[in-house]
Ligand binder design. Sequence first.
Ligand code: ADP
Ligand code: MG
Length: 238
Amino acid sequence: MSRVDLEAVRKRFGALDVIHGVDLAIEDGSFCVFVGPSGCGKSTLLRMIAGLESVSGGTIRIGSRPVNDVEPAARGIGMVFQSYALYPHMTVRGNMGFGLRATGTSRAETERRLQRAAGILQLDSLLDRKPAQLSGGQRQRVAIGRAIMREPEVFLFDEPLSNLDAELRVQMRVEIAGLHRRLGNTMIYVTHDQTEAMTLADRIVVLRGGRVEQTGAPLELYDDPATAFVAGFIGSPR
Ligand code: ADP
Ligand code: MG
C-alpha cells in the first residue's frame, strides 16, 4: 500500500531540462537506492517525491494515490537530509517532536512516539541535550528519529551519511539497514557512494544525466551491467 510509482516524470528549471522522463515502480517495503554522479538529478527526483519540488511533467503516485498536487505534509513521507537540519535552540526532544503538534497529534501520542523512536535509535539518555552537545552521528540519529516520529509510509534519505567520518558512516549504514528490517517501510535512499548502494539496496536505480541508465538488484547490476557507465559506477570487473 505504500509503493511509489513514477510515470514519465520530468523536471525543468527554467530552460534547463534536469529529469527527462523517468519511469520507476518501487515495491512496497523495498529499499531502493538512487545512485549516480553529482548533478545527475538524484536529489531533484527525491525532492519531487517529497513534494519539495513541483513536477514539470508526468505523475508520481505514493500508495497508488497521485500526489503531484498533494502538499509535502500530507504525502505520508519522512525525509532525512545530509545536513541534519536540526533547530539549534531546541532540545533533542523538541527537535524530534517538532511539527507533530501542527498535525493534530496529542501530547500523549507524541510522547509515546518519542519513547519508541528514542528506543530504536538509542537516544534515551540524550533527549534533553541541544544539537551542539551531540556528535555528528548522534545528530543524524535525531534527524532519523524525527522522520520516524511522523510514522511515515515512506522514508526518503538524501545522502544522510555524507557528513560523517568513515567509521561512523559504516556504523550508521548498519543502523539504517536494521531500521529497514525492523520497520519494514518503503525506503528510497540517495547516495553517490557505491558501497552504501551495494550493501543497503534491494534494488538500485542508476541515474545518468536525468535518465535511468539501469535498475536491478545489486548483484544483477554487478554481474550484468547494461553499459560501461554502470559497470564503472558499480565497480564491476570488465
Ligand atoms: P544530484 O543530487 O544528483 O547531485 P541534483 O538533483 O541536485 O543532482 O541536480 C540536478 C541538476 O539540476 C544539476 O544540474 C543542478 O545544477 C540542477 N538544479 C538542481 N536544483 C536546481 C534549482 N533549484 N534551480 C536550477 N537548477 C537546479
Ligand atoms: Mg544531491
